[in-house]
Design a binder for this molecule. Structure first.
Ligand code: DHB
Length: 311
């Protein structure tokens, strides 16, 4: 039987599949459901310094080809999630987890990270540089200078294992510039991609979500080619010590296989988890193992990053 086990930094996971931040991760109850599922880990909803109610509803809609959302960072405050992952880490046989966070300003981000640094949490931390849905707040990772400044400051005090969640980039020069920034820092991983920001879905001459007159982050089938390109572009450019988490358009074993082929060490599921619930992990794990078995691959290392080009 092939294994889908993987590692990120010094952390081992029985399965490379897990939720994408924002889906099934707002409350302990939801996180528990992922913990009890076939997923190898969970990431928490991106936590801010204070709890937030987020944007007015409806703020998420499923579509035939995926989803659109403008949640606006509703969350219980980072401390809620920090408490929960710390509690789990002290239980025997607990999975390893990812704590996602961002401040509403660079100062707030540093306040949060300093509290995590001072806490007893020893797991992985994901700094979200790519929330597209807060009115008046541009995505940090589209501003390379600000990103560089924030990371320089962060690594002056933060010593725990840290990665960043990235938005999709669409230009080869931007892949080069972004990778040059990330390669300056001891990041454990980059996670590609967040939703494609600020799309618009229309039904019956009307937008389908309320915030921002219908503009929202796009996920699902629409985004897979963009996600695969970002995973592979960073796999080609980043120091080998910076691993890639692949997120975007995964609803089958084949989609997960393709992310790994592009270089992903772990694969996250967002829209399909929202549409199907936590049983999605068992189904996609089986589909991925069936593909690996049919090709004679026993582990992810047998094909990770080994995408073939046309000569
Ligand atoms: C939200 C959406 C994102 O894509 C993200 O990275 C963080 C927060 C949101 O709207 O809640």
């Amino acid at each position: 039987m092939p294994s889908t086990a993987t590692t990120i930094g010094n952390f081992a996971f029985d399965n490379c599949l897990m939720n994408a931040a924002g889906v099934y991760c707002m409350t302990r109850e939801e996180l528990d459901a992922i913990e009890q599922s076939a997923a190898g880990s969970f990431v928490t909803k991106t936590g801010t310094l204070e709890e937030r109610a987020g944007n007015p509803e409806p703020r998420y809609a499923d579509t035939a080809l995926g989803s659109i959302n403008s949640m606006g960072l509703p969350n219980m405050g980072f401390q809620y999630y920090l408490d929960y992952v710390t509690e789990l880490q002290n239980q025997p046989n607990s999975k390893n987890h990812f704590l996602s966070l961002v401040g509403m300003s660079p100062e707030e981000t540093h306040t949060i990270l300093k509290e995590i640094e001072a806490s007893s949490y020893q797991g992985l931390v994901e700094l979200n540089l790519s929330c597209p849905n807060v009115p008046g707040k541009p995505q940090i990772a589209y501003d390379f200078e600000t990103t560089d400044q924030i990371l320089a400051e962060v690594f002056s005090y933060f010593t725990k294992p840290l990665g960043v969640k990235l938005p999709p980039y669409f230009d080869i020069v931007h892949f080069d510039q972004a990778a040059a920034v990330f390669n300056k820092y001891p990041l454990v991983f980059v996670n590609c991609i967040n939703s494609i920001g600020n799309g618009l879905v229309i039904e019956d001459e009307k937008v389908v979500i309320k915030p921002k007159n219908g503009f929202g982050g796009i996920g699902g089938d629409y985004v897979k080619p963009t996600a695969l390109a970002n995973v592979h572009a960073f796999y080609q450019r980043l120091n080998p010590s910076i691993q890639i988490i692949g997120t975007g358009g995964v609803k089958s074993g084949r989609d997960a296989f393709e992310h790994i082929l592009c270089g992903a060490s772990m694969v996250q599921i967002g829209t399909a988890l929202h549409q199907e619930g936590p049983q999605v992990f068992e189904r996609i794990t089986k589909e991925l193992k069936d593909i690996m078995a049919s090709k004679g691959y026993n582990s992810l290392e047998d094909f990770r990053g080994k995408l073939n080009y046309i000569d």
